[in-house]
Design a protein around this ligand. Structure first.
Ligand code: ADP
Ligand code: ADP
Length: 210
C-alpha cells in the first residue's frame, strides 16, 4: 500500500506520518525534508531552493522528481510509502502515477487531513523540532518530552506568519485542486485533523485497517 497524506501546511502530515512509520511500518517520503537536506549542501542550487522556500512558493517540478525517483525506485520500501508534501500540483500527481507504474506500483489512498485554517498559524508558529532526535513538537499543543528539553529546539525559517500566509495561498491555488482530481479516482478518505494528535492517529489507523 502506498498512500498520500494530504493537507495544508500545519495540518499534521509530518506528525501523523511518523506514527504510520511506527504503527504500520511504512516509510515517510517528505519532499520538504528532502529539500531541507539539500539546503545543507550550500551549492548554487541550494541557494535558489532556499529563496523559493522562504518565499512560500513551489520549487520546480524537475528538482522534486529527481529527489522522489530515488525513493520510488528503492526496492526496500516498495509498496510501503507515505508521500508527505508531494504531489503539490496536478503535474506532479500525473508524474507520480508514471513513476509508480514504471516501478510496478500504484497509489492506494489519499488521506485528506481536514482542518480549519484558523488553527494553522498557531500550529505552525509553535512548531519546534529537537536537533538530536529530529522529532517535531509544538510549544502550545505538544511539548517535547523531558529528554529533549535540555536541547535547544529548532524552528524552521519559513515558519513565520508572513511566509505561512504565502504558503497557504500557494496551497489554495496549486495544491487544493488535487483533491478533486483524487476524488474522481475514488481515493480520498477524509480525516478530522482538528482533533487532538492521538485521536487523529487512532482515526487514521482505523481507516487504513479497512
Ligand atoms: P505538516 O507536516 O502538515 O506541516 P506538522 O505535522 O509538522 O504539519 O504539524 C504542525 C505543528 O502542529 C507541529 O508543531 C505539530 O506538533 C502540531 N500538530 C500536529 N497535529 C496537531 C493536532 N492534531 N493538534 C494540535 N497540534 C498539532
Ligand atoms: P509543510 O509541511 O508545512 O507544508 P513542507 O516541509 O512540506 O511544509 O514544505 C516546505 C516548502 O518546501 C514548501 O513551502 C515548498 O517551497 C517546498 N516544497 C516541499 N514539497 C514540495 C513539492 N512537492 N513541490 C514543490 N515545492 C515543495
Amino acid at each position: 500500500m502506498n498512500i498520500i497524506i494530504f493537507g495544508p501546511p500545519g495540518a499534521g502530515k509530518g506528525t501523523q506520518s511518523n506514527f504510520l512509520k511506527e504503527d504500520l511500518k511504512m516509510n515517510q517520503i517528505s519532499t520538504g525534508d528532502l529539500l531541507r537536506n539539500e539546503l545543507k549542501k550550500e551549492s548554487e542550487l541550494s541557494k535558489q531552493i532556499r529563496n523559493i522556500m522562504d518565499a512560500g512558493k513551489l520549487v520546480s517540478d524537475k528538482i522534486i522528481y529527481d529527489l522522489i525517483e530515488d525513493k520510488i525506485s528503492d526496492i526496500n520500501i516498495k509498496n510501503k510509502m507515505i508521500f508527505d508534501g508531494f504531489p503539490r500540483n496536478i503535474e506532479q500527481a500525473k508524474n507520480l502515477e508514471i513513476m509508480l507504474k514504471k516501478h510496478d506500483q500504484n497509489l492506494s489512498k489519499v488521506l485528506n487531513l481536514k482542518v480549519d485554517y484558523s488553527v494553522l498559524i498557531k500550529r505552525i508558529s509553535g512548531r519546534i523540532s529537537c536537533p538530536v532526535c529530529k522529532s517535531t513538537y509544538n510549544e502550545y499543543f505538544d511539548p517535547p518530552p523531558q529528554n529533549c528539553k535540555e536541547n535547544k529546539m529548532i524552528k524552521r525559517s519559513d515558519d513565520n506568519e508572513e511566509t505561512v500566509t504565502k504558503r497557504l495561498k500557494t496551497y489554495d491555488n496549486e495544491t487544493l485542486p488535487l483533491l478533486e482530481y483524487y476524488k474522481n479516482q475514488n481515493k480520498v478518505i477524509n480525516i478530522d485533523a482538528m482533533k487532538q494528535i492521538d485521536e487523529v492517529r487512532k482515526e487514521i489507523k482505523g481507516v487504513l485497517k479497512d
